[in-house]
Ligand binder design. Structure first.
Ligand SMILES: [Zn+2]
Length: 84
């Protein structure tokens, strides 16, 4: 997802104008669960995270994380996968 932030240079000289920047705090990045290939929000992964060979992986649920930790290489290489 690409968020385009368009900050226009238009200025209003009304001191009562409130400036709202609604997207300022939104930083939702999505990772793919290597076990089931579901999209997982990296801000709050339901299954937690695991680190393998310096890379962080995010999981849709605890079951996927447990499966991954048993054989990380198998899932990363694509040899293994679980259909949910
Ligand atoms: Zn999963």
């Amino acid at each position: 997802m690409i968020l385009k932030l368009n900050f226009s240079n238009k200025r209003t000289y009304n001191s009562k104008t409130t400036v709202k920047i609604p997207f300022l705090r939104i930083k939702s990045e999505v990772a793919i669960d290597p076990v089931c290939n579901m999209k997982v929000n990296t801000d709050n992964p339901p299954g937690g995270t695991a680190t393998f060979q310096g890379n962080a992986y995010y999981f849709c649920g605890p079951g996927c994380r447990v499966a991954f930790e048993e054989d990380p290489q198998g899932y990363i290489s694509g040899e293994k996968s679980i259909e949910m």
